[in-house]
Design a protein around this ligand. Structure first.
Ligand code: GLU
Length: 475
């Protein structure tokens, strides 16, 4: 068998959400696990929908996620160019072949006339089929006119790697435009020529194209081209499970997620498991594991739901399990500005403490700030805490003073802080939820922090005592 060659063929229309990238990931995985090739092709034949900067954005998204391609618009390759707008001559040449065979003809009617046919068909409750209006005399290629494929409707059976064996009926096949009047091809035509010339063996694409496959099959036949293997990937639905995922569903662009400090491994694991699993309970996969275990045939036929909470969970998992030095390298741009005066060792220790709780790296700023700067006294932390709000000011001062007294004797090793504060609990007959919460609030001005003893140890004795003093003085 020929080497497997798959492609990702986005249109540069802007926003690339995780659903579109999932299709790219599946195509990439299929190529990589078979030692084949993965190609990036830009389908920019609809100039009206094009959004500036999209191509760079697509390239950056793929590269940032580690989905490297072997051929593409910026690196070229043996079957280039890889941008459809640079291939217009090729499409024309192939369209002319169809004209010669009597399988394509110049558009005869104006848009208005076609609209009238449509209305007419609707009135007589017939489905509108252009071929019913096909002119008797067909004209060949005419400059300034669109070119239509002359279909030869028939029933087809074909296999889709995900949807299985499918049958389609000839009613689904009609004459359709292959070249527009501006000389640009339609998607329906261009992708067939390109996939053939680029020797694509597997087309992995989203289910919105499934209904068009019968007409593609008819065109392949007319062109004498053997269709590649199809693998149709079901849609990704928004969190409500009803509509297709869109920007409104909070589904950020892949690059936005990376900017927020989601790790690329978490994103690829999340995307791969939108509608795929390896048949076991395993939920989280490294990219290498995916190459090993992914199977296109096991992609589910039912649409997958986009659940951002699952992504957050997966990301937390990758953060917790990443080597501290590696995580520290990735964290560079996420520290609060106050951290710049601190050395790597201190910051690495802070990160080590926060690692267990970080869901994404941009949380680092808020979660770590008290390690670098004393925060304003936040009265609500005591007022809104049901266990603390019932204490009198006198009691709070008494507890904090006793804590200060005890801590001032400590050598500030974690163990020593722990032993002394635990002894103090017993001595004062207090609960951790009261005594330790007060110390935490005094020293961090935050409702939560990493382990208290570790936090105090890192803040250091002087800073800890100073902060407790300040909290006492605030009453
Ligand atoms: N250009 C099409 C799109 O962006 C790609 C479809 C395909 O993969 O063939 O939706």
């Amino acid at each position: 068998m020929n080497k497997i060659r798959t492609r990702f063929a986005p249109s540069p229309t802007g926003y690339l959400h995780v659903g579109s990238l999932r299709t790219a990931l599946f195509a990439w995985l299929l190529a990589r696990q078979n030692k084949g090739q993965f190609i990036l092709r830009i389908e920019d034949t609809d100039k009206n929908r094009e959004v500036e900067g999209s191509i760079e954005h697509i390239i950056k998204s793929l590269k940032s996620l580690g989905l490297n391609y072997d051929e593409g618009p910026d690196i070229n390759g043996p079957y280039g160019p890889y941008r459809q707008s640079d291939r217009l001559d090729i499409y024309k040449e192939w369209a002319l072949k169809l004209v010669q065979k009597g399988r394509a003809y110049a558009e005869e009617y104006s848009e208005e006339e076609i609209e009238n046919f449509r209305i007419e068909a609707k009135k007589s409750k017939e489905p509108f089929l252009y071929r019913n209006y096909r002119p008797k005399e067909l004209k060949g290629y005419t400059k300034g006119k669109a070119l239509r494929f002359k279909s030869d409707p028939k029933d087809y059976s074909y296999n889709d790697l995900i949807y299985g064996d499918l049958k389609t009926s000839k009613e689904a096949i009609d004459d359709f435009i292959i070249l527009k009047s501006d000389g640009y091809p339609t998607y329906n035509f261009a992708h067939i020529i390109d996939d053939y010339l680029m020797q694509i063996t597997h087309i992995i694409r989203s289910s919105e194209f499934l209904a068009s496959v019968p007409k593609f099959l008819n065109l392949y036949e007319a062109l004498d081209i053997k269709a590649p293997q199809f693998a149709t990937v079901p849609a990704v639905l928004g969190p409500d499970g009803k509509k297709k995922l869109s920007k409104r569903d909070n589904a950020k662009d892949a690059l936005d997620y990376l900017k927020e400090g989601y790790l690329k491994e978490a994103l690829t694991s999340f995307m791969a498991t939108l509608g795929w699993n390896d048949g076991t309970e395993q939920e989280i996969f490294s990219l290498n594991e995916l190459i090993e275990k992914f199977s296109i045939e096991k992609v589910q036929r039912s649409p997958a739901n986009f659940d951002e909470k699952r992504l957050i969970y997966i990301n937390g998992y990758f953060i917790r399990n990443l080597d501290l030095d590696k995580l520290y390298d990735l964290s560079k741009e996420f520290w609060p500005k106050e951290a710049s005066g601190y050395d790597d060792l201190y910051k690495k220790k802070v990160l080590g403490l926060l690692k267990e709780r970080l869901k994404y790296l941009s949380e680092l700023k808020d979660l770590s700030i008290f390690f670098f700067r004393e925060l304003e006294i936040n009265e609500s932390l005591i007022k809104d805490n049901s266990k603390l709000s019932v204490l009198t000011n006198k009691k709070i001062i008494e507890l904090l003073s006793a804590s200060k007294e005890t801590l001032s004797k400590s050598n500030f090793e974690v163990e020593d802080i722990k032993n002394r504060l635990n002894d103090l609990l017993i001595k004062l007959d207090q609960k951790p939820a009261i005594l330790f919460s007060l110390i935490r609030i005094a020293t961090t001005q935050s409702p939560s922090s990493p382990g208290l003893f570790e936090t105090l140890n890192l803040l250091g004795k002087k800073e800890t005592l100073k902060r407790i003093d300040r909290q006492i003085a605030a009453f």
